[in-house]
Each structure stands twice: as C-alpha cells, then as structure tokens.
Design a protein around this ligand. Structure first.
Ligand code: FMN
Length: 455
C-alpha cells in the first residue's frame, strides 16, 4: 500500500470566500452560509468522502487596504460578511461521527484562558474532533477594531502567540490530572480538588493563575494547525504544529517548502513526520480534459476583478489601487502574508504583472489548480504527494459545496481504487485519523508536554 493521503475541506463563514465573486455562479450556494442547513450538508458530504476535517478560515476585519476603504470588500463580498467560524461546529458534529473541525482563531486577539475553555468545550461536544488553526492575523482593520491602535509587528505577534500556546498547554495538559473527576455520589464529591491544579502562569504577555475551567476533554490539547510562511512563522509551525497549510503554485516551490519544514521540525527535537503538510489545491474536474479546461475558462469569467484586487491588497498589505495593472509585482518584505506576495515575486517560471496576479488570485485564493479528468487529478495528487512530499491537501472550492461534491464523487473513488486513500476512518478522534489509531493525545516530544504548571 502506498503513502496514504489526507484531505481537509477549506472554507470560511462567508459567501465564496476563496473564489471572489463566485457567489453569483448558478451552482454556488455560498449565500446560504448563514443557514445551518448549508453547514450540515457540507459536513455530511465531507464525511462521506472520509475527509480528516473541515478547516474554517477566518479574519476579524475587513479587506480595507485597497483604496484605504472597505468599499470594494463590501461591494464584492471579499470575505465579507465574515461570520463566526465556531458557531456552526456543534450542529455539524451532531450529524457526523468522524469528521474533524479546525476553526481559525487569532492568538493576537483572543485570551488564552477563555480560548482554552472554548476549545475544550468543543472537544467534549465533538468527542475529540477539534483542531485549532493558530493565526497571528495580518489585517490592520482587525487591530483597530480589537483594542490596538495599529497592527503589531510580526515578530511581536509571534512572541505573543508562543506565550499564548504555553498558557493553553498548561491549562489543557497540566491543570486537571487524569482521574480528577470521580463522580462520587455517595460522598457528594464530583471531583478530587487535589487533582485540580492552578497553573500560576506569569509571563510577558499573560498572567493566568487558573485552574482550567473544563475537565479533560478526549484529546486534551486539540490538534494544532498553523500556516507560517516567513522564517519566524515556519519555526513557529515546526515547534507547535501537527498540521501545516501552505499555498504554492508549483511542485518545485512545494518541494522546497516541505524540505524546509521537515528540517525545522527535526531541529525542534520532533519527528519530521509529526507535522503533516497540506498544500491548498483547487480541483477543476471534467469528464474530459477539454471539458475541464472549458470549465476553468468559464469560472474565470465569474471572478470579480476589483474584488480580487482588494483581496490581494489585504493579503499582501499593498494598496494595488495605486498600481498600473501592467506593472510587474515587486519583491519586498511584508507585515501581511509573505507567502501570498512570494507566489508572484519569487516564481522561477514567470514574472507576474498585477493584472495576471489578480486574475489568478480570484480562484482558490491564487493556489494551484488541478484541472482535468478525475484520473488526471488523481495523478497530480500522487505526484505532489510523492515528489512534493505532501501528506495531504486542503481542497478549495470555486462554487460551494459543488466543488466538494464533485471531488468526493469523482476523485475520491479513484484514489481509493489506487489504494492511497482510506475507505474507513482509522480511529475516533481527529488526531487518530491523522496519525493512527491510539494516538488521541499529543505526543510526548511536543512542547505541550514539556510545559510545567507552577502548582
Ligand atoms: C492555506 C492558508 C490558510 C490561511 N488561513 C488564514 C486564516 O484563516 N486567517 C488568517 O488570519 N491567516 C490565515 N493564513 C495566513 C497564515 O496564518 C499566516 O499569517 C501567513 O501564512 C503568513 O505567515 P507569516 O506570518 O509567517 O509570514 C492562511 C495561510 C494559508 C497558507
């Protein structure tokens, strides 16, 4: 049996969040994102396709870099409206048994004590199927609405996130011992207080005495996801993440990224296979290759050009309303999402004009498109998994949930036929389905296990 591939569905609580303007496509149901029925259908669909999880991206602000205004963001639904990613999870958990849920929550704006409670509660409600996509947030519009006068510098955001994780690890792993809950009805004792500990965290950013408010959940620490692109971001991923998300449009770029993440993970004293790497792909499936490419052309027609300019401005931190569309995009350092800029400035195969970059960015957030018949897409998946060393993929959508449905109906059976994709889930918790039966808890060589509460 070859290498087994994993999939996550990539979504956001917003109409057509990753293919700007596709909300108006006749096959798109994204406008129903404010209905539970939309989420229930997606969860059942992905579980039918034996996906690991539904990964729910999130931002806490508007895309207002473009023209220094939210105008284009509102007009073209550029990840706006942006509803809360956590709210639909309980409903989806109620109609599924195995699918995991990976909401995005910002370590820059959340509080570790409250967030630890929220995720532990969700881990209970889902019987151990929760992950957390740890982000540090890149939009200025998030900072000014959430108590800061401006976005914190990237280094500082990561410093804060590092300590944030230390606090939540202490709450999840150290506060309540196994066996603390005794349910002793006869003696009127719910828990043994000797086994419920303060954590007494005192640090640079946080002072949290504890104890944790929630008894141990099935996984204790939820599965940690991250998507660092800068050197500091990659080190953060190598230290903490069990799954990393990346966006590339060439196999060469992916190869470099995976080798670098594996190297950094080893330097952190972890096994290089303890971090699963998930490139984002947009599948465009046809019954013939010609039909798939025709579909690609049709989808491009529906992309909103100005909406995507606003999206790309937010992703890169550059106001592209001031640029000539035929100008080449320049290489520079950004405080926003470095990887999004690098895609267009460090491509060894091509120099990108702004117009070309915008057109590309409008479908699947600019990531690689796998276009063709189900067999051709399965070939590309195998190639990226073997040569590119990907462990799995995040599946982006053009229209929702139609892209997921086509992938589950047409590509999944092909991968199963080739023996490189599960026909049954391996375990019950998300971590087991990612790493194998029996691995419900975070492994001993992870930093979550080396934090010590000061009891
Ligand atoms: C597939 C993918 C999904 C991401 N989703 C989010 C998200 O939902 N919210 C967010 O604030 N950042 C998101 N990011 C951005 C990353 O968290 C991170 O900020 C970015 O990759 C830049 O990394 P750097 O800060 O190390 O340069 C995502 C990145 C990738 C590649």
């Amino acid at each position: 049996m070859g290498k087994q591939i994993h999939f996550n569905g990539f979504i956001q609580h917003s109409p057509s969040p990753h293919s700007t303007g596709l909300w108006k496509h006749e096959k798109d149901g994204g406008v129903n994102h404010n209905q539970l029925t939309y989420w229930v259908e997606i969860a059942q669909l992905l579980e039918r396709g034996k996906f690991d999880s539904l990964f729910i991206a999130d931002v806490l602000g508007t895309y207002s870099v473009y023209e220094n205004s939210h105008r284009a963001g509102a007009e073209y639904a550029v990840q706006l409206p942006a509803h809360d990613p956590i709210i639909p999870i309980s409903a989806m958990a109620a109609v599924t048994k195995h699918l995991g849920f990976a909401p995005t929550i910002s370590a820059t704006y959340a509080q570790p004590y409250a967030l630890a409670r929220q995720l532990s509660t969700l881990d209970h409600m889902t019987n151990g199927r929760v992950a957390w996509n740890v982000v540090t947030s890149y939009l200025e519009s998030e900072a000014v609405n959430l108590g800061l006068t401006e976005r914190l510098p990237k280094e500082l955001r990561y410093d804060r996130a590092d300590e944030f994780l230390e606090v939540v690890y202490k709450l999840w792993e150290e506060s309540w011992e196994d066996g603390a809950v005794i349910y002793d009805r006869e003696n009127d004792r719910f828990a043994d207080p000797k086994k419920v500990h303060l954590i007494n965290h005192a640090g640079e950013f946080f002072d949290v005495p504890g104890p944790h408010l929630v008894e141990p959940s099935p996984q204790r620490t939820p599965v940690i996801f991250q998507a660092g692109a800068s050197p500091r971001g990659r080190d953060f991923a190598a230290k903490h993440a069990e799954g990393v998300f990346t966006k590339n449009h060439s196999l060469e770029a992916l190869k470099k990224y995976t080798a670098d993440i594996r190297r950094r993970t080893t330097l952190q004293g972890r096994d290089k296979q303890d971090v699963l790497i998930f490139p984002l792909i947009l599948p465009i499936i046809g019954s013939t290759e010609e039909e798939a490419y025709q579909k690609y052309e049709e989808l491009k027609e529906q992309v909103s050009y100005e909406g995507t300019a606003s999206l790309l401005s937010g992703h890169t931190g550059i106001d592209f309303s001031r640029y000539d569309p035929d100008q080449y995009i320049e290489d520079m350092e950004t405080e926003a999402v470095q990887g999004n800029l690098d895609m267009y400035t460090k491509d060894p195969n091509k120099k990108w004009t702004l117009r070309e970059a915008i057109k590309n960015h409008g479908l699947g957030n600019g990531t690689v498109k796998f276009i063709g018949t189900p067999e051709q897409i399965a070939d590309q998946i195998e190639e990226w998994a073997t040569i590119g060393d990907a462990d799995g993929f995040n599946i982006a959508q053009s229209y929702s949930p139609g892209t997921f449905r086509e992938f589950v109906d047409d590509v999944i059976p092909e991968l199963q036929k080739r023996g490189i994709y599960r026909t049954e889930y391996e375990g019950n918790t998300l971590r087991e389905n990612m790493f194998g039966k029996g691995r419900t808890h975070i492994p001993a060589n992870h930093p979550a296990k080396s934090v010590k509460a000061k009891v």
